[in-house]
Design a binder for this molecule. Structure first.
Ligand code: SF4
Ligand code: SF4
Length: 69
């Protein structure tokens, strides 16, 4: 069992604080068209730094789906 970050689009204001906080390269992407952050789950290490930094509490950790090989 492990956790990954997930963005709630309704709360995200596109401030990119989470992207700056994330230590894993290219894990949180910015969707320019929507102006929202998006987490590449396979890269996320579940460190929760993004969750701590987000001023809107729009990004949070959730239990990941079981990964099929
Ligand atoms: S820090 Fe929060 S509000 Fe800002 S872009 Fe990331 S998820 Fe969205
Ligand atoms: S939990 Fe850590 S690795 Fe995953 S997106 Fe947030 S800051 Fe990046």
């Amino acid at each position: 069992m492990y956790v990954v970050a997930l963005v709630n689009d309704e709360k995200c204001v596109g401030c990119k604080m989470c992207i700056q906080a994330c230590p894993e390269p290219n894990t949180i992407r910015f969707i320019s068209g929507k102006k929202k952050a998006f987490v590449m789950e396979r890269r996320c290490k579940g460190c929760a730094l993004c969750e701590v930094e987000c001023p809107k509490k729009a990004i949070f950790l959730k239990q990941a789906e079981a990964v099929s090989s």
